[in-house]
Write a protein of this length. Structure first.
Length: 199
């Protein structure tokens, strides 16, 4: 009998989602380099989690404004360009995944009449990766170099289990729209960790 997925309470030891700070950029740059190997490996094919390990499926998405949306857009901006970077560092092992986006246009208003924070035309970047690591408590650093934004937290994983770690974007407040909107950039990520049914 298959067990229903259980929500887990995640211990967030340190969580930052600050944007536009030089300190953030320096820390993200430092965490983008590995000082150890063998902490995790990427899993290409789905399957049963082997004994002595735990698997973690990572999902994150972000919508950005099109390239050149602002007249004085910085040259190093990754908004609307191919190869949008997502950084993961676990216990000192780092990887940067570069994802190509797709242009999308979505309604500006939700069905309930409220403003859609992702309404309008922009580029959608979706990260889906699965990693394998030993059970126990691990220190995670998840960052977006293009936004100078990151989260740092601990996750405890049990042997033989499959988990899902999802990052949902929360965008900056736009005063003229009186709502949050992707054109202003990312404010922070909200994360959800769930134990999933085995494959």
């Amino acid at each position: 009998m298959r067990r229903e997925a259980q929500s887990l309470v995640m211990s967030v030891v340190l969580g930052f989602a600050l944007v536009g700070c030089a300190t953030n950029a320096s820390l993200i740059n430092a965490r983008s380099h590995s000082n150890i190997d063998g902490i995790f490996s990427e899993v290409i094919r789905e399957g049963t989690v082997p004994k002595g390990y735990a698997d973690l499926e990572i999902h994150a998405s972000i919508k950005t404004r099109p390239e050149g949306y602002f007249l004085f857009e910085p040259r190093d901006s990754v908004q609307g360009k191919p190869g949008y970077p997502f950084l993961l560092n676990v216990d000192g092992q780092a990887v940067t995944w570069k994802v190509d986006g797709l242009q999308e246009t979505t309604p500006r208003y939700l069905e309930d009449g409220g403003r859609n924070p992702e309404g309008g035309t922009g580029f959608r970047y979706i990260l889906n990766r699965r990693i394998r690591l030993q059970p126990g408590t691990h220190r995670f650093f998840f960052g977006l170099p293009g936004e100078d934004s990151f989260l740092e937290f601990d996750v405890k994983l049990k042997e033989g289990r499959l988990y899902g770690l999802r990052f949902d974007p929360v965008y900056k407040w736009r005063s003229f729209a009186r709502s949050r909107h992707f054109i202003g950039g990312l404010s922070r990520y909200e994360m959800v960790l769930k134990e999933k049914c085995p494959d």
